[in-house]
Design a binder for this molecule. Structure first.
Ligand SMILES: CC(C)(COP(=O)(O)OP(=O)(O)OC[C@H]1O[C@@H](n2cnc3c(N)ncnc32)[C@H](O)[C@@H]1OP(=O)(O)O)[C@@H](O)C(=O)NCCC(=O)NCCS
Length: 66
């Protein structure tokens, strides 16, 4: 419902595209986003530093609107 609401809001606001960021290991989120037509546009390696010092990759997904 949140995804549908977000996409509808963006369409009504006149946006042409939505982008989002997600960790590559987040399979549930990736599955959900792909079901809504989002496709990978970018991949940032070792992009975010976690509090324990680990560096995590980050994916950018996008979807064009009508
Ligand atoms: C992302 C989130 C909102 C998805 O909600 P949801 O759709 O209710 O999640 P589900 O657990 O039902 O999983 C969605 C799909 O991913 C699949 N999935 C879940 N965990 C998975 C895993 N570890 N590996 C592969 N697929 C997985 C499910 O089978 C489901 O697919 P299906 O509908 O075809 O059965 C929920 O997982 C969540 O709140 N996560 C924590 C916050 C978060 O990660 N937000 C996104 C930040 S970018």
């Amino acid at each position: 419902m949140l995804m549908e609401s977000c996409i509808s809001w963006a369409q009504e606001a006149g946006a042409h595209k939505i982008t989002l960021e997600v960790f590559p290991h987040n399979d549930a989120a990736l599955t959900l986003y792909r079901k809504f037509g989002f496709q990978q546009e970018g991949y940032f390696s070792r992009h975010l530093r976690r509090s324990n010092g680990d560096l995590w990759d980050l994916m950018v997904l996008s979807r064009f609107l009508k």
